[in-house]
Design a protein. Sequence first.
Length: 252
Amino acid sequence: MLSLIPVTMPKMNAGFDVAELVGRRAGGKLRDGDVVVISSKFVAISEGRVVNLSTVHAGPRAGQLAAVHHMDPRLCELVVRESDGVLGGIPGFILTSKDGVMTPNAGIDKSNVDHGMVVLYPRKPQASARRIREVLRFSRGVSVGVIVCDSRLSPTRRGTTGVAVAASGIDAVLDMRGRADLFGNVLKVTSQALADDLSSAAEVLMGESDEATPVVLVRGLKRSLFKDAEYGGGRFAISVEDDVFLRSLGFS
């Protein structure tokens, strides 16, 4: 049976050692076989990925996007810099591609940060997940998995759910092809997004406002799911050709 254990953190506005802080605040609760789910925003803040919009100069492309989508040109400039490509948008939001995943505004966030500031995505979330895992193993003597998560919107659905940005030490996407269901039907295309599932579970405790809980321990996962594996954006993503939604909408 899975259990979720919240780990509250102090409000942080500048760079800090996130692995050391997680170890210190969660150390007494950590056990072998836990999965440490940590907010991508908290990781980004630890890396100093906080930008004062007053320091940003907007270029011509950002000015065009700002006019079309009724946004601050400085924010649009950061979206252009941080995204791999712009797919479209609506007033207030630009739909972008980043690390193989569609996300509004390249994942840039204005919540839970001082007014006039924004938080970018972590520089290398996969490396951050691996480092947190290694630090906890050597400093606390525990073998854990680590997931760096974010919240996301899903098409036609109200509200946010969790999504894994990176994972280390667990089998984050389970290939179910070749297995039979209860009626003997062989699964042909099914995979289980385990890291996304755990991210959504953790989001229940993390919340979206003033909960101050950017870290959640997930306990009770099967030991067979713990592997020396690393997942980043590319390993979570699928091609447009394999995406039933994008293909159906005419993307290619």
